[in-house]
Design a protein. Structure first.
Length: 155
């Protein structure tokens, strides 16, 4: 068993304010999708504000939502994102969010028990954008195994 967990951040630029009719279905599904994550194999933790989600946290700008969580491994996160009911929301993302030309998701390994903050996550995303995938910051496309496992992961 690894002594590391996988942290992930993804950001999304909203097409309209969160309170707008355009975003209503997204908002209506937040609780369900967050509960699905929490019940998924490999889930460890997710960033939350007082409302139980992270929609009030806007470190990348007023129109940018953040999602940050920690998982036991890459495969568990990948299964949740691409092989669960989460895919329903993923298929609709263009209804709610603008396309971001640069990297909008970053993965990195943290010591088990560590809870990353938004400053750490922003630094990892900036690193990925500037340097591409490295052991410091990577993506699903170039997923790396935990430092104590030293192998490339395929999802």
């Amino acid at each position: 068993m690894s002594r590391h967990h996988l942290a992930q951040l993804n950001i999304a630029r909203m097409r309209a304010p969160l309170e707008s009719p355009l975003m209503a279905d997204f908002v209506a599904n937040l609780e369900r999708i967050n509960a699905l994550a929490e019940a998924s194999r490999g889930y460890v933790w997710r960033l939350q504000d007082e409302a139980g989600d992270a929609t009030a946290l806007r470190p990348f700008g007023d129109d940018v939502l953040v999602n940050m969580s920690v998982w036991t491994d890459v495969q568990s996160l990948s299964d949740y994102v691409y092989k669960s009911a989460h895919t329903e929301a993923l298929k609709r993302r263009r209804e709610w969010f603008e396309r971001i030309a640069e990297a909008h998701q970053v993965l990195w390994w943290v010591p088990a028990g560590h809870r990353p903050d938004l400053q750490e996550a922003a630094e990892r995303l900036a690193h990925l954008r500037e340097h591409g995938a490295t052991a410091h910051a990577f993506s699903f496309r170039q997923a790396l195994a935990a430092p104590d496992q030293q192998a490339v992961v395929s999802c």
